[in-house]
Design a protein around this ligand. Sequence first.
Ligand code: PEP
Ligand code: CO
Length: 449
Amino acid sequence: MPNNSAWRPASWRNFTALQQPNYPDAGALAAVQAELSQLPPLVTSAEILSLKQRIADAQEGRSFLLQGGDCAESFADCESGLISNRLKVLLQMSLVLVHGLRKPVVRVGRFAGQYAKPRSADLESKDGITLPSYRGDFINAPEFTESARLPDPRRMVKGHARSAMTMNFVRALIDGGFADLHHPEYWNLGWVTQSPQAEQYNKLVQSVGDAIRFMETISGEPAHNVNRTDFYTSHEALLLPYEEALTRQVPRQDGWFNLSTHFPWIGMRTAQLDGAHVAYFRGIANPVGVKISAGVTDAQIAGLCETLNPENEPGRLTLIHRLGAGNVEKELPRLIRAVKSSGARVLWVCDPMHGNTESTSNGYKTRRFDNIKAELERSFDVHAAEGSHLGGVHLELTGENVTECLGGARDLIEADLERAYLSSVDPRLNYEQSLEIAMSIVHKHGRLY
Ligand code: PEP
Ligand code: CO
């Protein structure tokens, strides 16, 4: 919450905003912002505040946060099968986690707005031609042509509409009982039976009734409160003109809400204390996340806590560390201690994807399942050794049977990547690998049947 009453959604404009496109026509951009600011929001302030409460619970170890979805959504992938399969895998994973960790799971999709991407270079050159980099469907198109790469502000209006369609479908699926924990048989995708994990998975599904009874016991609430699954959305709030236009005041609530998503986060490349993203995020009332990489200093992490959560409000701030399997044991203790000595209360989440990206000899960007799993397991251990606790996981995944990450139960090898490598940005866990990660969390920290 802003302790500064002068804060406005446009206040970020007084600071340096990294990773923004260069729109050629300022008038067209202003017209789009004016249009967006009149369009209905995608979420409500009541939902945002309920998520903040749930994150506060996860911070105290009473629940676990599961956040996942594509690295980048694309307009073309706003399609019913892809959306429902992604929702299904997240729900199945949460079923595994609820059951094995014996805790409620806070489910947060990385979708309905994940259309803007940070890039390491502003320009891309190929065969002597240099064009602006692809920055996500909110901004431009991936084809390597001048017209595709020209930033077009109208794409924000289209992205808002696609986000609304995605939200609408997710809400309808959930309201229609798709997510009903009493019906795990809806979730049983056929091919899982071929997985080496099949036996454990089948036993797990069979004992869901037991988990529901256990949840009733710990929550003290009857089953009908359990069978309606809440689902929240998140995205990297990178493209500030879009976020600004969706930031509103609402009747009978204090403060400003980003109503484009429940849970926006700041990416690693835009987390500078004196940058425009931090200046924007400090003023909104949403729960917010920040990606933390190995390069973050003790002073920066303490400064982020102080600036983004000066009142130390429970549930307000989530730190998502993405250090890499080889670095996590070295770097994480320092980061945990820096937060502790600042007195800040945060939710710690592990993103085991972004510190483990590598290129194969045949030119694919990939991640090894074993590194993803190892970073997650080491993170649990380091937090425990430091008297802290890991309260959630942030994953790039899809409900499809893609071949983008190596390893997993089917032991995908480099030669498999070309078969179904569909991501235009980072490699995602496929359906089976995602479920396997959920099981490995339970294996280490819960109870696996
Ligand atoms: C991402 O989450 O896709 C991403 C770019 O992450 P990071 O900011 O941690 O590099
Ligand atoms: Co990514």
